[in-house]
Design a protein around this ligand. Sequence first.
Ligand SMILES: Cc1ncc(C[n+]2csc(CCOP(=O)(O)OP(=O)(O)O)c2C)c(N)n1
Ligand code: SF4
Ligand SMILES: [Mg+2]
Length: 300
Amino acid sequence: MNATAPTIPRTDEHLLRPGNTNCGGCGMSIGLTMLDRALTDAAETCSLVIPACCGIVTAGAFPTTSYGVPTIATTFASSPAVASGVAAIRDLNEEPGQVICWAGDGGTYDIGMGTLSAAAERNENIIYICYDNEIYGNTGGQRSSATPARARTTTTPWGKTQDKKDIMTIMAGHRIPYAATLSIAHPEDFAHKLATALALKGMRFLLLHSPCPTGWKSEPADSVKLVRLAVGSGLFPLYEVFDGATYRINVEPDGTDPAEYFQCQRRFDAEEIDLRATRRACADRIQRLQALATQYPADG
Ligand SMILES: Cc1ncc(C[n+]2csc(CCOP(=O)(O)OP(=O)(O)O)c2C)c(N)n1
Ligand code: SF4
Ligand SMILES: [Mg+2]
């Protein structure tokens, strides 16, 4: 008997159903809704693989679920390995559909890094989306290696002293077919990158900046504004890397002062932040990407 991957044809069901328990203004909810739209527009089927994180709490209590597609809950560290197996069965049976890992930053930057790196090195045929809320949100807001410097978390009450890990460079270093950053403040760019990812095969890594009003101590209504400020200031650039070799910047920073981003979140003490150093770091980040995009431009 052939094992079958748990993909089903899309119905008029949404990927994220109404009535879930996510906090108001949660970037992950908006990201899932935008992912749903991209899949529907591309008439794609999918199954989700989700490790321990807010994204699996979203599903709710058995036998009900907030997900309208087949969803596998995995242990914290194993979602890329589980997704690799599901995708291998799908491909063996020549079935259609995408296997999509939907994982938090803790499961991606930290505890799942080993299985993620292994799946990337094998160029597994999966889409991996990290919704990066820059903390372990589900367990009370502890720091992760995605937490930016100076952010106060429950385990860094005086502000984190280390910088955010540059996971895009790590993933590009695996020379996977596609790595890109996403923002819920730029829906057309989001849709374009999902369409690009869906058209490719192999390991595709997408990093979504995902506001978390609960952990960021921000107003739920400010979520989209916040991540727009992050793109505009160069704190979270929007770009693509193909095969770890060629680069494209999708939205140029607009001169926003990063101070505006910090001021809207009580996880930062504005007086503690060295704004001159932060502005310089943003400029350096963009200049480095511009140099790569000029020297090694992506086609088209
Ligand atoms: C091996 C292991 N360690 C710790 C936990 C507890 N745990 C569950 S979810 C989570 C935090 C997840 O953080 P992240 O991946 O960033 O997702 P978020 O909660 O922010 O959505 C932790 C520490 C666990 N389930 N398994
Ligand atoms: S804690 Fe943060 S990531 Fe988790 S559901 Fe609430 S807003 Fe979303
Ligand atoms: Mg998180």
